[in-house]
Design a binder for this molecule. Structure first.
Ligand code: C2E
Ligand code: MG
Ligand code: MG
Length: 322
């Protein structure tokens, strides 16, 4: 019937567009299953926004000079009824596709600021918290307004908030994006480039955009000890960052030998399971209060990372199970 035919044609067209321009595509049953999965996911996500089912976990960033925690990255999880904690790799793309990322992104910024205020009020040493920002929040939302409102509502100093941007935003960014970022930077908000080295890197944007920090993508870090190419890329990023007066942080540090390489080459900060996975706020707070530090270099090979608080509720791939 006409209705089904049109629906199938639409599905195929969507798939063809996903694969780039000038393509054609036959409908397959797998495609229909994929479409209905996406529809169910979207419905569940709309419900999740209404019911407030999102939570933030926080992963420490450690300064290599001194070994102390200097920042946290807020990472989104979906506490989906009947599924447990769902990682962002399973739903952030869907939030982006259906536009809900603007609303959820606004919530992330507000929730991170509220958490910072809470820690300040309760005397937990305030550290900078970064949030991930999707390009859509600039293009379809009002990121500048969202950030300023949250800083104002929770009365926190702007330098305690950092935005992690992707290279995609910088390469597609308009003058409007640059102005918004400059305005935020002018009030003190910090700006970093996430997953650096994996996008369509145009080095020109490092001069055009008001950037404070580069985050070396974890795919390079995972290979630095056994691929000379990855090691050379990581080193080049550190040196280039420093020449441009930017701080450099390595993501996804899991082993003592990765850490040793980064120390040797004067990387500023590290983030990764070696020190701590992302943790729910109460456990992260315990870590901050305990003043947990990275062991000094000479002890690294002999001493495992400092112990973290014991297990309670959440167990999830990648996140703390203790
Ligand atoms: P990202 O911003 O690059 O975050 C780092 C990811 O690496 C996190 O995954 C973190 O758990 C993981 N990770 C940290 N240390 C290690 C390690 O030592 N080894 C390995 N293998 N992985 C490590 P997560 O939390 O699953 O987040 C994945 C991505 O989802 C993030 O990558 C970010 O792009 C996106 N994301 C997370 N939260 C948000 C959000 O609030 N908004 C938006 N737009 N995207 C988000
Ligand atoms: Mg990030
Ligand atoms: Mg990253």
């Amino acid at each position: 019937d006409t209705e089904t035919l049109l629906k199938y044609a639409d599905t195929a067209m969507y798939q063809a567009k996903q694969g780039g321009r000038d393509a054609f595509q036959f409908v397959t049953s797998a495609m229909n299953a994929e479409v209905s999965h996406r529809r169910d996911l979207e419905t569940a996500l709309r419900q999740a926004v209404k019911n407030g089912e999102f939570v933030l976990h926080y992963q420490p960033k450690v300064q290599l000079a001194g070994g102390h925690v200097v920042g946290l990255e807020a990472l989104l999880r979906w506490d989906r009824p009947g599924y447990g904690l769902v990682p962002p790799s399973e739903f952030v793309y869907a939030l982006e596709e259906c536009g809900l990322i603007v609303e959820v992104g606004r919530w992330v910024i507000a929730a991170a600021c509220e958490q910072i205020r809470d820690w300040i009020r309760r005397g937990v040493n305030p550290v900078q918290v970064s949030v991930n920002v999707s390009p859509r929040q600039f293009l379809k939302g009002d990121l500048q307004g969202d950030v300023l409102l949250a800083l104002d509502t929770y009365e926190i100093p702007a330098h305690l908030l950092e935005l992690e941007l992707t290279e995609t935003l910088l390469t597609t960014g308009t003058d409007f994006t640059i102005t918004a970022l400059r305005n935020l930077k002018a009030v003190g908000v910090q700006i970093s480039i996430d997953d650096f080295g994996t996008g369509y890197s145009s080095l020109a944007y490092l001069r055009r955009f008001p950037i404070d920090k580069l985050k070396i993508d974890l795919s390079f870090i995972h290979e630095i000890t056994h691929s000379s190419d990855a090691a050379a890329i990581a080193l080049a990023i550190i040196q280039m960052g420093h020449s441009l007066n930017l701080e450099v942080i390595a993501e996804g540090v899991e082993t003592a030998s990765q850490l040793a390489y980064l120390r040797r080459h004067q990387c500023d900060q590290i983030q990764g399971y070696y020190f701590s996975p992302p943790l729910a706020a109460p456990r992260l707070e315990q870590l901050l209060l305990a003043g947990t530090r990275l062991p000094a270099p000479e002890r690294e090979s002999a001493v495992p990372p400092a112990p973290l608080p014991p297990a309670d509720d959440v167990a999830q791939a990648g996140d703390a199970t203790y």
